[in-house]
Design a protein around this ligand. Structure first.
Ligand SMILES: [Zn+2]
Length: 339
């Protein structure tokens, strides 16, 4: 606990400066992305993030009042509208038809018989190549109310995947502070736990041309790991991404490992199609998926926000921001996936 608390505190005063333009103005420099020194020697400064806002958002999304954010539930809609309000408050752009993008759902009793859902979508327009896109995704739904364990039937899904959804907001806020070279789309997608209608809908009825998406960056379960380890999967399928992912990993404040992205990982251990990055992969769009290995609270009512590890969580989201920054500065051309 001490280590995580210290790591979090280190980001706070520096973040405070990031939101204050007067310091930058007095230095005569143009406003830029908020950065803080890297913890590893030889590494350039890493992106700073609104770590306080990140934790506020993840606690809000994983609160008992959200009742597990099941696809089609009133509380799923509440989580969706909360994320939309956060994107609106940041003032980030929209893509037609607007902040909410309707996607079809195969109606089923376990999906409350709803036949549609909505993704929450925002964009920060690029300054050099605005018609080329980096698409950052995270699902905001979870499995709702289920079998009680120790008298608790609310499956909060704090790590899975309130952590990724809240990270989208922090990343959007970071990149909105200074235009990237390429446009960055932030899409909170619905229904990952029920067949991924959100990400499927995003690519099946695309609102940005699929051939103009350079890469998908997906976050699913990024809030805790007892070994301080997160995986960046994708280079096994798209080897051209390996140099930029390895450079990111080498400077990450957490242990960032490559893997879980080839058949050699064994049955169930190739994560390529196990979260929303799979929808992009099926369209031939390269992906990098950030996520942790399953923990004891996976898909249990005990996946609660107080079990998140703030130092690790902030470190992972900064790592994702660093990957996006590196990729934006030197994008990797698309080539077909390896088998
Ligand atoms: Zn998930």
């Amino acid at each position: 606990m001490r280590l995580t608390a210290t790591a979090l505190l280190l980001t706070l005063p520096l973040f405070g400066c990031a939101g204050n333009g007067s310091q930058k103005a007095s230095s005569g420099q143009a406003p830029g992305l908020a950065m803080i020194p890297a913890t590893r020697a030889g590494c350039a400064p890493l992106p700073a993030l609104d770590s306080v806002g990140l934790l506020r958002d993840v606690f809000r999304l994983a609160d008992d009042s959200m009742r597990g954010r099941h696809l089609g539930s009133p509380e799923g809609a509440k989580a969706r509208d909360y994320l939309a309000s956060r994107f609106d408050a940041l003032g980030i752009g929209t893509i037609a038809p607007g902040r909410l993008h309707r996607v079809p759902v195969i109606a089923a009793p376990r999906n409350f018989n709803v036949d549609h859902a909505f993704n929450v979508v925002g964009v920060v327009r690029g300054s050099v190549s605005p018609e080329q896109y980096i698409v950052v995704t995270a699902h905001f739904d979870h499995v709702g109310i289920g079998r009680a364990v120790e008298n608790d039937s609310i499956y909060n899904g704090a790590d899975d995947n309130a952590s990724g959804a809240a990270a989208l907001v922090a990343l959007a806020k970071h990149f909105a502070a200074a235009p990237p070279r390429h446009s960055i789309v932030f899409a909170a997608v619905d229904g990952e736990e029920r067949g991924m209608p959100g990400s499927r809908g995003f690519v099946d009825a695309p609102t940005v041309p699929l051939d103009q998406i350079l890469v998908n960056v997906n976050l699913d379960m990024v809030g805790r790991n007892a070994k301080n380890e997160v995986y960046a999967a994708g280079p096994g399928k798209y080897p051209q991404l390996r140099p930029v992912v390895e450079a990111t990993a080498n400077c990450s404040p957490v242990t960032t490992l490559l893997g879980h992205d080839t058949p050699a990982a064994g049955p169930g251990n190739d994560w390529t199609n196990q979260s929303d990055q799979g929808s992009f992969h099926r369209k031939g769009i390269p992906f990098v998926y950030f996520g942790v290995e399953d923990h004891a609270d996976y898909h249990k009512p005990s996946d609660t926000p107080e079990r998140l590890m703030p130092g690790f969580y902030v470190g992972v989201v900064r790592t994702v921001a660093d990957f996006i920054r590196r990729f934006d500065e030197a994008p990797v051309a698309r080539v077909p996936a390896a088998p």
